[in-house]
Design a protein around this ligand. Structure first.
Ligand SMILES: [Zn+2]
Length: 146
């Protein structure tokens, strides 16, 4: 199937993406964010490189020899840092959405009598208190069901 092979430039880029994914899989936990889109990315043979993802504009760069000689491609360190950044951003978004959902869930709700209770407070009310007052029990049941 050699006749359907990719152009050399696409092959070069694909190879670096694959190497970047491998590097991330093996050493992704050692990538550190230095701030402003600059990362320290470990090299496969020890040492580390300074990667700038140029998140505020300009050109991305890496201090490795591959990037120095082949600026037309994103080296594996740039790929690994990009994966790291994407995963970190996604995790932060999930965490902040979860926090927002928790806050929203615990917004005070106004009972028919005008009293305001949060879901946490409602859950903390003992079964005895609920059973003492049939109206309150129905009210709580309605709120919890919503
Ligand atoms: Zn590099």
């Amino acid at each position: 199937m050699a006749s359907t092979s990719l152009p050399a430039s696409a092959k070069e880029a694909t190879t670096r993406v694959q190497r970047g994914r491998d590097l991330y899989a093996e050493h992704g936990d050692k990538i550190t964010h230095e701030g402003r889109g600059v990362y320290t990315v470990p090299g496969c043979a020890g040492g580390a490189y300074r990667v700038d993802l140029a998140v505020f504009g300009g050109a991305e760069s890496c201090s490795c020899p591959d990037h120095r000689h082949h600026r037309e491609y994103s080296c594996k360190h740039l790929i690994a840092a990009t994966i790291h950044r994407a995963k970190t951003t996604a995790r932060r978004r999930r965490e902040s959405e979860a926090r927002r959902a928790r806050r929203k869930q615990n917004q005070p709700m106004e009972l028919t009598g005008g009293e305001k209770l949060t879901m946490d407070q409602i859950k903390n009310i003992g079964a005895h208190a609920v059973m003492d007052d049939g109206g309150a029990a129905a009210e709580l049941a309605r709120l919890v069901a919503n």
